[in-house]
Design a binder for this molecule. Sequence first.
Ligand code: PLP
Length: 365
Amino acid sequence: MKEEKALFGPGPCNISIHVREAMARPMLGHLDPDFLLVMESCKARLRHVMRTNNAITFPVSGTGSAGMELLLLNFVEPGDRIVVGVNGVFGGRIAKLASKLGAEVTVVEAPWGEALPHDTLLSAVQCVEPRLLALVHGETSTGVHQSINGLGEAVHHVGGLLMVDCVTSLAGMSVDIDAWGVDLAFSGTQKCLACPPGLAPVSISERARERWVARQSPVPSFYFDLEQILAYMDGQGGRTYHHTAPVSLVQALNEALGDVLEEGLEARFERHRNAAAHLIEGMQALGFKPLVHETDRLHPLTTLRPPPGVDEARLRQTLMQQHRIEIGSGLGPLAGEVLRIGLMGGNATLERVEFLLHAISRTLD
Ligand code: PLP
């Protein structure tokens, strides 16, 4: 097998040997009781990692975007007023899909690289009285961490739900679904869960489930019809076939979640925090400048402006060709302006940061 590349981009990140081995296990049928035990274990472990008691917590088949799509298709109806925080690519995606579904979308914006101030979000919630407030907890396009705590209460007060994209933050920074009053959360497996891409963990509160039961219009999708999916996912429901569960990916996710819980959430968050701080210190010494203010940084993903005279595309290319290291480029208005460096899962250690810094400094010589 070819030597492994070092994946310091915005995801996927490198995965451990035993997560790889889980992918290579002999195939099981997706209705086999042995596989259903793995699925139940996955659901229970996800509840721990997402810090929730929500009964409806499971991995959606598909990448992170499938989680977003399932939630919006099932919880937004034509004419719903919704508020979306947009300060990067992924907030923009939520707003676009919600409009396609016929929602009246109010966008609250902040410059790329800045978090959305709570008072601006709270005024929008009071003024619009939305059915849904949607925010990106870890905006991977900019490296911004959005604080969520306190917003659940405000949106519940006007009868709305809170939806959060925690694709990049889950298992790398604190995600506290129940304490924050999050009703709808979605994530992805290829970031801090250190698993291959292909599943989207979601969690749905009882408040949201009640709203969904009272829907006026049918869910405009076959693949993401929550009722049909729950008929398989819910152990009580007789496991009715809807679509074939991605067996190997679920086995891998179960292992990866086991790793996260064995390490402990707080220890894992601290490791990601320390690795990011070490990276920023080292990169500043090489002349790079962090895009995001210290208080709003997303530890698993750091954005840096190169010093004058350093061509970021050339740097990325040389790292790949000479060192087999992947790092990410800027997106949207930040294309060509910043590098995006992911320190996720097993890559969030001081040793791995040293390895990366050493390669970057050699590339700059
Ligand atoms: N949301 C955020 C914050 C992301 O970073 C990504 C992917 O990078 C997505 C959503 C979409 O996930 P995927 O590419 O796995 O579909």
